[in-house]
Design a protein around this ligand. Structure first.
Ligand code: FNR
Length: 358
């Protein structure tokens, strides 16, 4: 394994075809999913020379010291790909010295994941029943989460055709552990012409939210609040006005609106509007240390990595995910050195060009 992409083939060979499709797939014709990679590939970065030695790759975000400007993206139901699920992912994040965003739909309970010692930024989906959402926030805080991440780009789940064709449903052994919603939930009930996971979320999630709901959430917790799933700079401005402490520019890895722009294309305008007020993170398609450098050169303060870490978890559990993160860290370090940067902040000063490889 010499790059994150090497884990992809291993995971695909190991996983049942429908589970592979669930993690690999995007919504609709997967145009946005492909656009994420095309856009990243098209970003050239102008290296500088004679910048002296690299002092390190560490950054500090939302009160957390991080070995590199990377966090594990929140991803539901990780026990689908490995029996140790989110616990193994958290062990890997802890070893790599980076935070783990833990999905509200995690298949291991937040308390168990917290016991690994990892820094947990707990991701909320907007549960339709407000008391249930409140309980979830309480539970995440009591378990020691140090930030809340609210994902706003899933009013309903994007139609993922692979899951519809596969009539994808969760196996009995994988449940939403934080929602006390056992193996009899809708997510386990396979039916023709439907993804059971999508049917479950439409039962569970509120879909008619407004900015006053975000205001409510802001007042409900004093933890740093990260807003995930922003593409339009006007929404970034409003989120910051409401009190968001960071924004994640994301199209959910191409799993929501198919036809939304690539995240790295949307990034610059968001940074221009709110970059002075709060950190702007980006995800969707990050696959290498060079991609992390590209994101930073475009103005991001950090990135989230999604699917590659599921591939690595599938291939080798905690050790696999730790190996992937160690590779990513080494690649990022090398990219900083080759670009002549003394530290991650210097990457923000690099010149970029968005089309030279097209
Ligand atoms: C996700 N993503 C996601 N996001 C979120 O806020 N809560 C969640 O529970 C999930 N679940 C989830 C499951 C799976 C299998 C995938 C692939 C993705 C989206 C995720 O956080 C992130 O935005 C994307 O995965 C980033 O794109 P890449 O790195 O996978 O290309």
């Amino acid at each position: 394994m010499v790059s994150l992409l090497d884990f992809e083939a291993r995971a695909k060979a190991l996983l049942p075809a429908d589970v592979w499709d669930f993690i690999d797939g995007g919504s609709g014709c997967e145009i946005t999913m492909r656009a994420n990679r095309q856009a990243l590939d098209s970003v050239s970065v102008y290296p500088r020379v004679l910048g002296g030695a690299l002092s390190g790759t560490e950054v500090s975000l939302l009160g957390a010291s991080m070995a590199m400007p990377v966090a594990v993206a929140p991803m539901a139901y990780q026990r689908l790909v490995h029996p140790a699920g989110e616990i193994a992912m958290a062990e890997a994040a802890c070893q790599a010295g980076i935070p783990l965003m833990l999905s509200a739909l995690s298949s291991c309970a937040v308390e168990e994941v917290a016991r690994t010692g990892a820094t947990i930024w707990f991701q909320l989906y907007w549960l339709r029943e407000r008391p249930r959402l409140e309980q979830l926030i309480e539970r995440a805080q009591a378990a020691g989460s140090t930030a809340l991440v609210v994902t706003l780009d899933v009013p309903i789940m994007g139609r993922r055709l692979r899951d519809v064709r596969n009539q994808f449903a969760l196996p009995a052994g994988v449940t939403a552990a934080n929602l006390a919603d056992g193996p009899a939930s809708r997510a386990h009930l396979s039916s023709v012409g439907e993804s059971a996971v999508a049917a479950h979320t439409s039962e569970l999630f509120g879909s008619a939210l407004t900015w006053s709901d975000l205001q409510w959430l802001r007042s409900r917790s004093s933890l740093p609040l990260v807003v995930k799933g922003i593409l339009d700079p006007r929404d970034a401005v409003r989120a910051v006005e409401v009190g968001a402490d960071a924004v994640v520019v994301s199209n959910h890895g191409g799993r929501q609106l198919d036809g939304a722009p690539a995240s790295v294309i949307a990034l610059s305008a968001v940074v221009a509007e709110v970059g002075q007020q709060c950190p702007v993170l980006v995800d969707s398609g990050i696959r290498s240390g060079m991609d992390v450098l590209r994101a930073l050169a475009l103005g991001a303060s950090g990135v989230l990595v999604g699917r590659p870490l599921l591939w690595a978890l599938a291939a080798g559990g905690a050790a696999g995910a730790a190996q992937a993160l160690s590779l990513l860290g080494a690649e990022f370090r090398e990219s900083l050195i080759l670009a002549g940067c003394a530290d991650p902040a210097a990457a923000g000063q690099l010149r970029t060009d968005l089309s030279s490889h097209r």
